[in-house]
Unconditional design. Structure first.
Length: 75
């Protein structure tokens, strides 16, 4: 049981979904704005790691500055 909780914590390491939904942007729209695939957006929202360049594209598409990255990505 503890292992499952640790895995869930590991894969919930960002606020992308919450911020995206607060700005009323769908995954498909964010995908178009960033040039990333829908599957990539989905994986990142689930907490999978991504490259710094990918984070930059997402932040720009959400209208955020790179200095605000800690609000979206906790790493």
């Amino acid at each position: 049981m503890q292992l499952i909780q640790n895995i869930k914590k590991m894969y919930s390491a960002n606020n992308l979904k919450k911020i995206r939904e607060s700005k009323l942007i769908s995954k498909a729209e964010l995908s178009r704005k960033t040039g990333l695939s829908f599957q990539t957006i989905d994986r990142i929202e689930k907490g999978y790691p991504c490259r710094l360049d990918t984070k930059r594209k997402i932040l720009i598409a959400l209208g955020l500055k790179f200095s605000n990255r800690k609000k979206v990505f906790k790493d």
